[in-house]
Design a protein around this ligand. Structure first.
Ligand code: URA
Length: 257
């Protein structure tokens, strides 16, 4: 096949929706690189392997140095210890108004978010927008009282949208904590089980949802994830109760809603 036929074949696959390149048989690239290292002569081989980096400590150091959201985004872009970065098209940092009184923390980007570079832009995101519009809140609102600020615990899409792994949550948590510190919202919404795990160290969204708690000194309302609500429409009743509770909390804290 010549270059142009191969390019046309690849373009056709993209048009058909292929977004992963997987070979028929697995390739163990670690084994291949180990073989290369073994081929080195004793003189050329390093005297001792460099000490392994602690991904959580590196993330904490990097996050601490970020003075504003722009710097935090750059620090996350430069962070190389999360494997998810290699499979993702881009970092998905946030959307909405950073000064918003309400900050939503979701799970991780999916396919649409990975392509667009913004959180919650797919089906679940459209439903999220609809839900919050009923209490007068929108990510596009220009003033802090009516606006939403949205991020995720993980900024890179996990392959095949699999669940985040505990070690991935642990290494990205210092960045999330700094993100919250810099945005300094009045309230946090933790969307679904994984966000509750990262923010509150607790799981069991069915039990947690609707009950206000706190993280980093900020009130947190755990809510069902919009993707869950799309699969379980009967739970929308509880989600509506949670939205009303959010509205009441904002009114009590002196914000419109
Ligand atoms: N689900 C999430 O939790 N976050 C997104 O950005 C998209 C879907």
């Amino acid at each position: 096949m010549d270059y142009w036929s191969m390019k046309a074949a690849l373009t056709w696959q993209l048009d058909m929706g292929a977004d992963e390149a997987i070979a028929d048989t697995p390739v163990d690239r670690f084994a291949a690189s180990r073989k290369e290292t073994e081929k080195l002569t004793p003189e050329a081989a390093p005297a001792s392997a460099p000490p392994a980096l602690d991904p959580v400590a590196v993330a904490a150091e990097s996050a601490k140095g970020a003075a504003d959201l722009e710097a935090l985004k750059s620090a996350m872009e430069a962070y190389d210890l999360c494997e998810l970065k290699r499979g993702a098209k881009q970092l998905v940092f946030s959307d909405g108004l950073p000064a918003a009184r309400v900050m939503i923390v979701g799970e991780a980007p999916g396919r649409d978010e990975d392509l667009e570079g913004r959180p919650f832009v797919g089906r679940a995101g459209q439903f999220l927008d609809l839900m919050f519009s009923h209490v007068g809140l929108a990510r596009t609102a220009p003033d802090a009282e009516k606006a939403l600020y949205i991020t995720n615990i993980l900024p890179w899409r996990p392959p095949q949208n699999r669940d985040p792994r505990p070690e991935e949550i642990a290494m990205m948590k210092p960045f999330l904590a700094r993100h919250i510190e810099l945005a300094n919202p009045d309230v946090l919404i933790s969307m679904g089980n994984h966000a509750c795990d990262a923010l509150l160290g607790r799981k069991g969204i069915t039990r947690l949802r609707g009950t206000w708690t706190a993280a980093m000194g900020i009130p947190v309302l755990p809510m069902f994830h919009p993707a869950y609500l799309l699969r379980n429409p009967a739970a929308k009743r509880e989600a509506w109760a949670d939205l009303l509770s959010l509205k009441a909390q904002l009114a009590e804290a002196g914000c419109a809603g």
